[in-house]
Design a protein. Structure first.
Length: 51
């Protein structure tokens, strides 16, 4: 019983790690485009706000 519980915990840890890694990968992929979009929007809206 102890062994199976340990095994279950190990697989859960691996799954958790995999999901975190996937999340980081998605964020790393989206963030540059997101920052680019924000930069573009700020460049466009800044003159409008000043004027």
């Amino acid at each position: 019983m102890v062994n199976s519980a340990k095994n279950e915990h190990y697989s859960y840890g691996r799954r958790c790690l995999a999901s975190i890694t996937t999340l980081i990968a998605i964020v790393a992929f989206i963030k540059p485009t997101l920052l680019g979009t924000i930069g573009l929007v700020s460049i466009v809206t800044l003159p409008v706000l000043i004027a």
